[in-house]
Design a protein around this ligand. Structure first.
Ligand SMILES: NC(=O)c1ccc[n+]([C@@H]2O[C@H](COP(=O)([O-])OP(=O)(O)OC[C@H]3O[C@@H](n4cnc5c(N)ncnc54)[C@H](O)[C@@H]3O)[C@@H](O)[C@H]2O)c1
Length: 345
């Protein structure tokens, strides 16, 4: 019997989520091996590589891509570099797992699409909520017709804290936070397409940074072509933990997904019953991150496992870009018009 294959992965971007993904690839994905890490900040890749016993570290991602031992690449660099990095990795002929968003504009996403197609490489986007407990089960129930016709959908992200408001790039709440909710809503409304968005957003957590462009609180209404109406909302500061939940309500019932409980432990005392809550995405999404990296690895090794690709990345980004336009104008935005602008560029 032949030895089971292992996928040799290189990681670009040894920051917060890169460190978590690197640890998960090393410890929880049995048929993946992290063989190299690249980060332009002197010492960043080397430190993470040493901690995880990864054999190679680079400050230049291009040097890592030139290494034939690296078969697949996980991109966890800041969002504005994703499209360019995907193009580089695709040109090197390696499978790609890219954190969200895959690009900052529709033009960038379309470049990503062309690069992936032209080089015939696997591309997966880090919409981890599709792998979080309850979410794929909710989708399966909807596909099986158990809620009837979807009518109202809802998705929420509340991050546990805003440590450094000055470091948050403008529009992050739509492009990097709510983009998870947009994908979740698309995922829970199978076959439907978002047609219109209307966004309201403000800096309620750190109002001193409003003039610098910070938005830390937002609500978005989305209309779909199957008639369903969805809301997505986000806050950068939930006092009680990291809160990601979704709901799909239809003519025959409802499904919900997401739970903040850190464990099944319940504390019973004189003041009542208490539940400890999850405090970080790297805690609550650990299983989801492992699931998406496992699906990517299996697919790259030829054992196809479902996961979101360029189409899902684009479908969520167009909603985020519609929100930005809606905030600028104060009016609802028709997404087809936005698509037409993207296509004309
Ligand atoms: N899916 C999720 O739940 C999730 C959670 C957090 C972050 N993210 C996404 O992951 C990405 C990174 O976020 P983060 O919080 O880890 O950021 P971070 O700033 O902590 O880390 C980014 C790392 O990339 C490195 N870097 C900078 N420029 C680079 C370049 N040109 N090429 C390669 N590396 C470069 C930085 O030195 C840093 O080490 C963002 O797109 C973010 O939206 C996803």
């Amino acid at each position: 019997m032949s030895e089971p294959r292992t996928l040799n992965i290189g990681l670009i971007g040894a920051g917060r989520i890169g460190s978590s993904h690197a640890e998960l690839i090393t410890r929880t994905v049995p048929n993946a091996r992290l063989v190299a890490i690249a980060d332009p900040v002197e010492g960043a890749a080397a430190r993470l590589a040493k901690a995880l016993h990864v054999p190679a570290a680079y400050t230049d991602p291009a040097r890592m891509l030139a290494d034939p031992a690296v078969e697949a690449v996980v991109i966890t660099a800041p969002a504005r570099f994703h499209a360019g990095l995907v193009e580089q990795v695709a040109a090197a002929g390696k499978a790609i797992f890219c954190e969200k968003p895959a690009g900052m504009t529709l033009e960038e996403i379309d470049r990503v699409h062309r690069a992936v197609e032209a080089n015939g490489v696997l591309f997966r986007i880090g919409f981890n909520r599709r792998f979080a407990d309850g979410f794929p089960q909710a989708r399966a129930a909807i596909e099986a017709g158990r809620i009837g016709t979807p009518q109202l959908l809802r998705s929420t992200t509340r991050d546990p804290g805003l440590a450094n408001p000055a470091a948050v790039a403008p529009w992050t709440i739509f492009l990097e936070t709510l983009i998870h909710d947009f994908d979740t809503l698309n995922f829970l409304n199978p076959g439907a397409r978002a047609v219109q968005v209307h966004a309201a957003a403000d800096a309620l957590v750190a109002p001193d940074f409003r003039d610098a462009g910070l938005l830390d609180t937002a609500v978005v209404t989305i209309r779909y072509d199957n008639g369903a109406i969805a809301t997505a909302e986000a806050s950068f500061s939930a006092a009680y933990g990291y809160d990601t939940r979704a709901e799909a309500f239809g003519s025959a019932g409802m499904v919900t997904a997401g739970d903040l409980a850190a464990s099944s432990m319940r504390y019973y005392g004189s003041e009542g019953i208490g539940i400890d809550t999850v405090r970080a995405d790297t805690q609550s999404m650990r299983g989801a991150y492992t699931g998406e990296l496992q699906a990517f690895t299996d697919t790259a090794l030829g054992h196809r496992a479902p996961g979101p690709g360029v189409g899902a990345a684009r479908d969520a980004l167009r909603i985020a870009l519609g929100c930005i336009e809606s905030c600028r104008t104060g009016a609802p935005v028709t997404l087809d018009a936005l698509d037409a602008v993207g296509a004309a560029r």
